[in-house]
Design a protein around this ligand. Sequence first.
Ligand SMILES: Cc1ncc(COP(=O)(O)O)c(C=O)c1O
Length: 304
Amino acid sequence: MKTAISEASIKAMLTREKALFIQRNPKSKGHSENAARNWLRGVPMHWMVDWGTPFPLFIERAQGVDLVDADGNSYIDFCLGDTGAMFGHSPKPVVDTLLREGAHGFTTIRPSASAVKVGQLLEDRFKLPAWQITATASDANRAVLRWCRAITGRKKILVFNHCYHGAVDETYVNLDHGKPEADRALIGEPNDLTQFTKVIEFNDIPALEAALAPGDVACVLAEPIMTNVGMVRGTLWQTPLVNLPQCAILALGRARDCPVVRGGQLAVGKCMGASLSFDHRIVNGFPASRFMEFLAESFNNPAF
Ligand SMILES: Cc1ncc(COP(=O)(O)O)c(C=O)c1O
């Protein structure tokens, strides 16, 4: 691959960074070696060693956006616990509720009276009447795929090349020189996953039209790409630049208290900067402005 930075500089930087990582993390290194006795590759979940570091960091605590590792190094968690900590690590109301409810029994395989209240709160907030809970996003995706098939009577699904939708085997189909094939890491899979999964490149509109034309796709799975910088570090405004082949980018700032006029009176409200850049060859000003109006209205009234 041709890059502007020479391979030799990249290698030298990696060697330097790896040495620094080892030097800064003796306790994590020790934990990783000791854990290898009982855990496959030294970690409770095998993908925890998928990062490029010589061994994983062992985390001592996480609060808000901050992580502190076993050696006392602190980090800002731009990954937000891989979305599980979207609203920060260990928010106090959640910690208090877990402590309170944990004392009432961990699992009873039956609902509690709180389910009635929680269902009502979910409807009030999202204006959707019917709810189900799954334990993980992978479970939710598996359930949705089955429901889509049941509702449409269609068997196939469509994913984008190198997508990630959790531990949902049938989404692990990639394009190899344009040919769909099951991910080679998916060992032990007895089914031909390409039979019911179509895969195309992201942003390839003709390929999408061709894949949907036979009318046999029950569900299209896509990951909207969100970055966390506004949530994590409190920037108020940003000027996003479109990075081709993307066609638009929205940057959100931190929500903060600000003066607002309500019913002719000044009040303290919440303000949040939002800037949209778009490629005028693809999107005209009118729909882009409509999108911003819709966004503002949705934030002002979450049930909109
Ligand atoms: C887009 C997407 N879908 C699904 C998942 C799977 O989530 P879970 O580990 O809760 O099954 C993830 C987790 O990273 C994800 O990023």
